[in-house]
Design a protein around this ligand. Structure first.
Ligand code: NAI
Length: 466
């Protein structure tokens, strides 16, 4: 082993949202920080091949679809609409480049050292990158997650793709089969459907969007079906055969039974993600893992080995960029002796389909299971003046409040700007607010946010516009 070169207060392994945000926060707190990243750019899955490029394509494909289908109803006639897929991909690439360079700039500004290469932990207090070994008082593992493979189905990123390949298809497939009706399947399925593909989604469960409120999932399925997506629920894909003519999938009922063949030009595998821990050397230094291969941590992100912490997708909890960021900030603040905290019940979830789906807090199913008595206030976008003016009347806001105290326990939105509007409710919930608190808050007219206010009024049976 080479001699120890530099020593740091904190070395973070992984430059995604969990890692880079932790690095910046640690620098703000006056620590000497380095972040290890093996890819050519910083930002992790989210910036390179996840949240950001997918949003660029979702937005661009939505505009394409609007131009062809929705603008005429607003008195805007568009003729000669043509898809420029390379142009759309260039927009995506430019956005990714700007964002990843932005993180590099933030590192320089905050004097965070980027250690380029793959990091491992030969011993507590040491991080090895290439042939250099660095000393660190604290090490944070923020290595994220990668696509869960499906037995019998080999991803080649051409005909059988993961989300990474689905963000870079060179042409619009005639038939796209998506395996998994989760967030990735629905978002990327929507992109290619809008650009002209026939999209069929095969899902193991008897519903889409597992974990989300059941009513929301059912409504969203109908909305997506109207948009042309087809769903084959309670089904599993057990094998795939590729040839120059396309992909042949063997699909069986989830409960067992006769298999059928489904053909596709391209297949997207979106059946979840798993923690990245390979190559870190965790087994050698005795870092405990849970049954699902994630790094085990206590409430303060500490592993069982002193001085080693973990945040983000590599530990238990929602695999979301914003959750990882909160983990990273709070982990570092604890190292600095502060007493910060993340309320994991209040991590919003957003699906960036059109319309968007957004959720915070508990679902009806969770409240029922916990035996909590609750009231429901629901208001439809159709009854909102601004939504009508925008021709965006699909969807609703549903607020769940404690039957006895009126405290908001959960909220679920399908509709335009759902991903933005959820945060008003999140803030109320963060302060332990009631439905009455939201209902008494003056909302500008005409805005979509009035749907939130009306849903809050509806909790007490007194919505004004329905
Ligand atoms: P997911 O867990 O959201 O959905 C996977 C779906 O695949 C589930 O419905 C599951 O029942 C189904 N499935 C599993 N095995 C199957 C099989 N053999 N055959 C058919 N269906 C099967 O996972 P997804 O969509 O891959 O996303 C991965 C992670 O990334 C999630 O944690 C998600 O929250 C996160 N993500 C979040 C986004 C957002 O917040 N907008 C966007 C993209 C990803």
């Amino acid at each position: 082993m080479t001699a120890m070169t530099t020593s740091y207060d904190i070395i973070i392994i992984g430059g995604g949202p969990g890692g880079y945000v932790a690095a910046i926060r640690a620098a703000q707190l006056g620590m000497k920080v380095a972040c290890v990243e093996k890819e050519k750019v910083l930002g992790g899955t989210c910036l390179r091949v996840g949240c950001i490029p997918s949003k660029a394509l979702l937005h661009a494909s939505e505009k394409f679809h609007e131009a062809g289908h929705d603008l005429a109803a607003l008195g805007v006639k568009v003729v000669g609409i043509k898809l420029d897929l390379p142009g759309m991909m260039k927009h995506k690439t430019d956005v990714v480049n700007d964002n990843t360079k932005g993180i590099e700039f933030l590192f320089k500004k905050n004097k965070v050292d980027w250690l380029k290469g793959e990091g491992s932990i030969p011993a507590a207090g040491q991080v090895k990158v290439g042939d250099q070994t660095y000393a660190a008082k604290h090490i944070i593992i923020a290595t994220g997650s990668s696509v869960t493979p499906l037995p019998g189905i080999e991803i080649d990123e051409k005909q059988i793709v993961s989300s990474t390949g689905a963000l870079s298809l060179e042409k619009v497939p005639e038939n796209l089969v998506v395996i998994g009706a989760g967030v990735i399947g629905l978002e990327l399925g929507s992109v290619w459907a809008r650009l002209g593909a026939n999209v069929q989604v095969i899902e193991y469960l008897d519903r889409i969007l597992p974990g989300m409120d059941g009513e929301v999932a059912k409504s969203m399925q109908k909305i997506l079906e109207k948009q042309g997506l087809q769903f084959k629920l309670s089904s599993k894909v057990t094998a795939a055969k590729t040839s120059s003519g396309g992909v042949s999938l063997t699909v069986e009922p989830a409960a067992g039974g006769k298999a059928e063949t489904v053909k596709a030009d391209v297949v997207l595998v979106a059946v979840g993600r798993r923690a990245n821990t390979d190559g870190l050397g965790l087994d050698k230094i005795g870092v405990a893992m849970d049954a699902r291969g994630r790094v085990e941590t206590d409430g303060h992100y500490k592993t069982n080995v002193a001085g080693i912490y973990a945040v983000g997708d590599v530990i238990a909890g929602l695999m979301l960029a914003h959750k990882a960021e909160e983990d990273g900030v709070v982990c570092v603040e604890h190292i600095a002796g502060q007493k910060s905290h993340v309320d994991y019940n209040l991590v919003p979830g957003v699906v960036y389909t059109a319309p968007e789906v957004a959720a915070i807090g508990q679902t009806e199913e969770q409240l029922k299971e916990a035996g909590v008595k609750y009231k429901v206030g629901k208001f439809n976008y159709t009854a909102n003046g601004r939504a009508r003016a925008m021709n965006a009347t699909t969807g609703f806001v549903k607020i769940l409040a404690d039957a006895a105290t009126d405290r908001v326990l959960g909220a679920h939105i399908i509709g335009a700007s759902a991903g933005e509007m959820i945060h008003e409710i999140a803030t109320h919930m963060e302060y332990g607010g009631s439905a009455e608190d939201i209902a008494r808050t003056c909302h500008a007219h005409p805005t979509l946010s009035e749907v939130v206010k009306e849903a809050a009024l509806a909790v007490d049976g007194r919505a004004l516009h329905s």
